[in-house]
Design a protein around this ligand. Structure first.
Ligand SMILES: Nc1nc2c(ncn2[C@@H]2O[C@H](COP(=O)(O)OP(=O)(O)OP(=O)(O)O)[C@@H](O)[C@H]2O)c(=O)[nH]1
Ligand SMILES: [Mg+2]
Length: 351
């Protein structure tokens, strides 16, 4: 899962990126480990040669557009297009050098960036429609061009009035076409309001209300103070809980980011517990065993015979996989089995 940080200049994107990466960020792309006590317990019991936790990939654009008068660098947009999800960082702290939208108005900035994404998509739609109008293929019903023109004409007017693609009613077939264009307003979004230090534990009522409203429309949102979070991330892991508690915070920004990303994408985690490698895997909720097998390896999906499934609660109650198998807690499932959060899977396969 690739998460692209997006936002106006000098809103604290890179600061939040470094904080979320817990000081381990090298360059513009970094893998953030998904904290999971179940995975830690499996690893402690299985003692595999290699333990690979689930990760979320964060991407920041280190090239600053500060001073250029632009809202985005072309590279930022390019990187956002490749992302599965956008993490929008909104400035809610005062900064005299902010080059864009100089006053502090996070609600306005959050909406206005969303509109910029929509307008960016509208431009692409209009350019494509102009080209389609000139093509011959567009006249034959049944051609991909015909379907594309019909869809683009349908989404054009809502985009023109500021409705993001993610808020429009699109069918699976529509999304297949839309995905080819990597539209930004069609991507799931998480919003982080970057608040001043004094408000880290108690954000303003208007921000709390906006977070709630965004969550309701499928865009999980949270408040954090990026500079403070960066300081926390630099502490020894053992010292972090006490420091967080003294600030009135329940968890670090990295945990907030991961949870919001999991929520926005509807992700669950399944595990493969092997002596060589024990691993946690993110998977879209509702996915079937065949999809999970393909996540592990395409060959395993191709040779899929059956999935041996033990649910985490049964594993934990029995104390080991062997004990769970002996207690009859393993079920043999086919390709169509819908994987549950916390399943331990072993895929029997022909490969
Ligand atoms: N007071 C305060 N300042 C912050 C906070 N987060 C970031 N800053 C400051 O804002 C400035 C810009 O932070 P960056 O993280 O570089 O912002 P950015 O969005 O990556 O900036 P560009 O990449 O140049 O667009 C720095 O001076 C940070 O110290 C915050 O939570 N509170
Ligand atoms: Mg930056």
């Amino acid at each position: 899962m690739r998460v692209g940080l997006i936002g106006y200049p000098v809103t604290g994107k890179s600061t939040l990126y470094r904080a979320a990466a817990r000081g381990l960020a090298k360059g513009e792309v970094t893998a953030v480990v998904v904290p999971d006590a179940r995975f830690d317990a499996i690893v402690a019991q299985v003692r595999p040669k290699k333990a690979t936790p689930a990760t979320v990939i964060l991407c920041d654009d280190l090239e600053s557009v500060q001073g250029s008068g632009k809202a985005f660098s072309p590279r930022l947009l390019e990187s956002a297009r490749k992302a599965d999800l956008l993490l929008h960082v909104v400035r809610a702290f005062d900064n005299p050098v902010a080059p864009y939208h100089t006053s502090v108005a996070p609600l306005r900035d959050q909406e206005s960036l969303d509109v910029e994404l929509v307008l960016n998509d509208l431009q692409i739609v209009e350019n494509r429609l102009e080209r389609l109008h000139k093509s011959m293929a567009v006249r034959s019903p049944g051609s991909p061009e015909y379907a594309e023109k019909a869809l683009f004409e349908r989404i054009q007017s809502p985009l023109g009035s500021g409705t993001a693609l993610r808020a429009q009613e699109l069918s699976e077939d529509d999304w297949t076409i839309v995905r080819n264009y990597q539209f930004l307003s069609g991507k799931p979004m998480v919003v982080a309001f970057n608040v001043p230090e004094a408000e880290a534990a108690s954000p303003s009522a208007e921000l709390v209300a906006r977070c709630e409203a965004l969550r309701k429309i499928g865009a999980p949102a949270f408040c954090a103070c990026a500079t403070l979070e960066e300081e926390i991330a630099m502490l020894d892991a053992a010292d972090q809980p006490e420091f967080l508690a003294s600030l009135g915070l329940s968890e670090p920004a990295s945990a907030k980011v991961i949870r919001a990303v999991y929520d926005a994408l509807g992700l669950i985690t399944f595990f493969t517990a092997g002596d060589n490698e024990t691993r946690a895997w993110p998977l879209r909720r509702g996915s079937r065993a065949l999809k999970a097998a393909g996540t592990v390896h395409t060959d395993i999906a191709r040779g899929f015979i059956r999935a041996e499934v033990v649910h985490y609660a049964d594993y934990a109650a029995c104390g080991s996989l062997d004990a769970a198998y002996s207690a009859g807690k393993m079920s043999l499932e086919g390709k169509e089995y819908v994987v549950r959060d916390g399943d331990l899977l072993h895929i029997r396969n022909k490969s």
